[in-house]
Ligand binder design. Structure first.
Ligand SMILES: [Zn+2]
Length: 281
């Protein structure tokens, strides 16, 4: 597989987890590129009520820089405010408006990092995947729209975290994206539902958690997609959601289930187009 790049489109790293060791495992398994997505602020021991989100982004970037020094993996930063932050800070006594404003500011800060070429995309942003009160959902949609608008201003991709999607919800989401200036093909659906058939008019790119069953379904149901582990580097949940070696391993397995051209689309052509980068080899 020497001439095939292997990209994990959604991986997290924690200062108190395996951190760079996880990137080394990925490298030893044959991986080449990582989209390193920032975690909710508390995973970095940062309280954004005191400091804003910048120190959390800086901690994520530190891990990326260390990984780039100690391995040959190309690691890109994806920075944003996780949708779970809204319920967290309301639970800690903030009003909906205060928490929402803080998160929007955090997303605006992420945009600045992209403008300064310190990050490649805004993410993960969006809506909680668990049941929440209608006003939380409504506010999350506003925050998500703020992210789309920030991204549109600078033509940058967005990694989206939402509840499990179906056709109707996707239609609604497409409508929301249309209300902003962000091209639909700049939106990446993290943890995409592999069972959902992607209609021709749906340009949101699915990122598929690389369980074998998911990948088989994605080959059938999606026009094009990327692969991810959503590795969360949690010392209390080692290997969750999938371990750092999974994308290289599953890519080798996929060689018996699809064509070289398809694998190049997954690991090279699709990410090159969306993130506006060059992926070698
Ligand atoms: Zn994630």
């Amino acid at each position: 597989m020497t001439e095939l790049p292997i990209l994990d489109n959604h991986m997290h790293l924690r200062p108190d987890g395996k951190g760079v060791e996880a990137v080394k495992e990925f490298e030893r398994a044959g991986g080449t590129h990582i989209m390193h997505v920032s975690l909710p602020s508390w995973n970095y021991n940062i309280d954004p009520r005191q400091t804003g989100y910048e120190p959390a982004y800086e901690k994520a970037i530190q891990l990326t820089n260390k990984a780039m020094q100690e391995t040959d993996i190309q690691v890109y930063n994806v920075l944003g405010v996780h949708p779970a932050e809204l319920t967290k800070w309301i639970g800690m006594g903030m009003t909906l408006e205060e928490a929402s404003e803080m998160m929007k500011q955090g997303i605006t800060t992420a945009r600045k990092y992209v403008e300064e070429n310190k990050a490649i995309a805004i993410g993960e942003v969006g809506r909680p995947h668990y049941d929440v009160k209608p006003q939380i959902m409504e506010e999350s949609n506003k925050i998500m729209k703020h992210a789309f608008n920030q991204a549109a201003d600078i033509d940058c991709p967005v990694q989206l975290h939402t509840e499990s999607m179906n056709q109707q919800k996707t239609k609604q989401l497409q409508k929301t994206i249309k209300q902003t200036k962000l091209p639909e093909n700049k939106v990446i659906q993290h943890f995409a539902n592999p069972n959902q058939h992607q209609k021709p008019d749906n340009q949101i790119t699915p990122s598929i958690v690389a369980f074998k069953d998911n990948l088989k379904k994605a080959l059938k149901n999606k026009q094009n997609f990327m692969m991810e582990t959503d590795y969360i580097d949690d010392p209390e949940r080692p290997g969750a959601v999938l371990g750092p070696k999974t994308i290289p391993k599953r890519t080798r397995w996929l060689q018996n289930h699809t064509t070289k051209q398809k694998l190049l689309q997954i690991h090279k052509h699709t990410p090159e187009k969306i993130y506006n980068i060059q992926i070698k080899p």
